[in-house]
Design a binder for this molecule. Structure first.
Ligand code: OOG
Ligand code: NI
Length: 463
């Protein structure tokens, strides 16, 4: 029998092999990430593993896929459900992006601490919004919806195996093998000819719309390794002659703790794709869709911490507008230094980031009574705080990653009102609750505090 986390780890590893064959530059990115991680581990020792063991970080990947309809999203949810991955968070990239990115998204990922430690594979999953009149007029919407309704992304056998794996939380070896083969195949780039006229019609609105709705299949759009020093990775990739986008998205490099998520990417590469012309003939063409991305993960911020981050991004935009010649990273660093505490202890004390709390092995043993507040316990050496790693995504960064790979902005009519979608709508559409990331981190933190309280009481009883 193969259990869920083994299935998830095997799926992530096979997807990585497949993607490396299809997009060789991805392999370079993985190699350079591994080198950087080994160097950081050598230089920092145990500190390098503060946000995850080196084995977790080395195997860690996130993927991105894009689908066309709620029905397709629901099928994706079944496949990832088989792997113990649940929809977490709602991202509206239509609002986060200046150019035309007509999608709303969630991320499928494991949610409990142990599962994340075993293998944290996550997939950012976007769904096209043909009903949004800012992008699609009624005629195009109707053609697009008809096209999407007529395709099948996932064979029924794959979905049946997925349902079995989700219900039983495991699969017998032979079925597991079949499930993995079918699942990886479903995300390979199709060799079926692309209808050139249809693709280009959608491309005029948005390259993302063409990538999703211009073809009869889906594919993994990128697969992202995790690196412990993204600034160093950026330098090494550039030294190797790989042209990276010009920024690292997310928080700046600064002297304080890493928080949230920093990401960067190299531009989508032209890949050969067969194109069908109106006369039925097929020519070999090229489309630029898939790219490489890398990320560094930091500590998860509380709602308050996140509000601070969002406010700082706003301030950064203002300062950059006022001072167009200034280096954005420098401006960001100055703002961060001014507005964010630069130690884990202060982040914890001010309620800005999430931690789990554990009894300190060297806590007082002189029979004295521990204080009751978590802050005092920490300060007086009764407990230790371990940071919770941020497991999710950032809408502004995601929009930046999408946009940096669009050669033109597409078109959007901002005079029209968009269709409103939110987390509840998506939950209903896929028939599963889209979970609130903050609630998940809070739960982990609260559980650890409750455990510490129990252990201290026990300590008292024994002492
Ligand atoms: C997804 C872009 C978002 C990230 O890491 O923020 C993303 C896409 O291009 O489909 O993957
Ligand atoms: Ni990504």
């Amino acid at each position: 029998m193969i259990n869920q986390w083994q299935l998830r780890a095997a799926f992530a590893a096979r997807l990585s092999d497949m993607y490396g064959r299809e997009v060789p530059a991805y392999t370079t990115l993985v190699d350079v990430s591994r080198e950087v991680n080994e160097d950081v581990l050598r230089a920092q020792g145990a500190d390098a593993e503060r946000l995850g063991s080196i084995s977790r970080v080395t195997a860690e990947r996130h993927g991105a896929i894009r689908v066309g309809t709620p029905g397709e999203m629901q099928q994706v949810a079944r496949i990832f459900g088989a792997l113990g991955m649940h929809p977490v968070g709602f991202y509206d990239l239509r609002e986060a992006a200046a150019s035309a990115v007509p999608v709303v998204s969630t991320a499928f990922r494991p949610v409990d601490g142990e599962e994340l430690a075993r293998n944290p594979f996550r997939v950012f999953t976007s769904m096209l919004t043909p009903a949004d009149p800012r992008f699609f007029d009624p005629e195009l919407r109707s053609r697009l919806e008809t096209f999407l309704a007529g395709r099948e992304l996932f064979p029924p056998e794959l979905l049946a195996l997925a349902d079995r794996a989700e219900a039983a939380k495991e699969l017998p070896d032979a079925e597991a093998e079949r499930f993995l083969q079918l699942a990886v195949r479903a995300f390979e780039l199709s060799t079926e000819p692309v209808d050139k006229t249809w693709y280009e019609t959608l491309e005029k609105v948005s390259a993302v719309a063409a990538d999703i709705g211009g073809v009869r299949s889906t594919h993994i759009n990128h697969l992202t390794p995790r690196v412990l020093d993204i600034d160093e990775l950026y330098r090494r990739m550039t030294d190797r002659g790989i042209e990276m986008i010009d920024t690292i998205q997310g928080p700046p490099a600064w002297k304080g703790p890493d928080v949230l998520l920093r990401q960067t990417s190299f531009r989508a590469l032209s890949e050969p794709r067969p194109l069908r012309l109106p006369d039925g003939s097929v020519i070999s063409g090229a489309l630029r869709v898939r790219f490489g991305e890398v990320e560094a993960r930091g500590i998860a911020l509380t709602r308050e911490g996140r509000a601070r981050y969002d406010r700082l991004l706003g301030l950064l935009d203002e300062r950059a507008t006022r001072d167009p010649g200034a280096d954005r990273a420098e401006l960001a660093r100055a703002l961060w230094t001014e507005h964010l505490p630069d130690t884990e202890q202060a982040l914890a004390a001010q309620g800005l980031a999430y931690f789990t709390y554990h009894l300190a092995p060297d806590r007082p043993r002189d029979g004295s009574h521990p204080p009751t507040g978590i802050g005092d316990l920490l300060e007086q050496g009764w407990v230790r705080a371990e940071p919770l790693v941020y497991e999710d995504f950032l809408p502004r960064s995601a929009a930046g990653i999408f946009q940096s790979n669009l050669s033109d902005g597409g078109s959007r009519d901002n005079d029209r009102a968009g269709v409103a979608y939110d987390s509840d709508w998506l939950s209903g559409a896929i028939g599963r609750e889209v979970l609130d990331p903050f609630a998940l981190y809070e739960q982990q933190q609260n559980r650890s505090i409750a455990r510490v309280a129990r252990e201290l009481a026990l300590d008292g009883a024994l002492g």
